[in-house]
Design a protein around this ligand. Structure first.
Ligand SMILES: [Zn+2]
Length: 183
């Protein structure tokens, strides 16, 4: 077992969060509760980050199926950023639902690997955390910025807000944000 809180390897891969599923693999249909945390390191988008050292907490269960296991539950992702209009510092926690399959023969981009009766929640929680981050947080829904009359000037310093009004919402902004990362 890797001790929790182990430092992330320097190559940028998320730390391992291994869970042994030997017990439930003996009988398809059996389940086990799972609670694990991933300690964040260098996780974030341009304007919003998961602060280094904070914990992404997963709670849910694993269920054994014939070719693997199904993980269901939810993760809580702490984040920090700035209001996109008034630049006030913001902190919050986003919850995200998870339902993912781990298989002995995983399908690239669809399911996760199950090796030696062990699943690794680290890479999953890492990716999920990015999806859970708010793209353009506001301190309040109707924040007008520090000086409402000067609002256009405030928008100009924020790349996310600048891109929004131009039309072409073709791409899911969550995935567009991921494109900017070197994963
Ligand atoms: Zn604000």
């Amino acid at each position: 077992m890797t001790p929790s809180g182990a430092a992330a390897p320097s190559d940028g891969h998320p730390p391992s969060v291994p869970v042994s599923v030997t017990e439930i693999r003996r009988r398809p249909g059996s389940r086990m509760p799972v609670e694990r945390t991933l300690v964040a390191r260098g996780l974030g988008l341009t304007d919003v980050v998961v602060p280094d050292g904070s914990e992404i907490a997963f709670a849910g269960e694993l269920e054994s199926i014939h070719e693997g296991v199904v993980l269901t539950g939810s993760a809580e992702v702490p984040w920090a950023g700035e209001c996109r209009r008034c630049l006030k510092e913001l902190h919050g926690t986003s919850a995200i639902e998870i339902r993912e399959v781990y298989e002995t023969k995983p399908t690239e981009g669809e399911t996760w690997p199950l090796d030696h009766d062990t699943v690794d929640l680290g890479p999953l929680l890492h990716d999920i955390a990015l999806l859970a981050l708010p793209l353009a947080p506001l301190c309040t829904d109707d924040c007008l910025g520090p000086a409402p009359d000067a609002f256009p000037a405030v928008v100009a310093v924020d790349p996310v807000a600048v891109e929004e009004p131009a039309g072409e919402p073709a791409k899911d902004p969550r995935w567009a944000a991921l494109d900017d990362l070197d994963l």
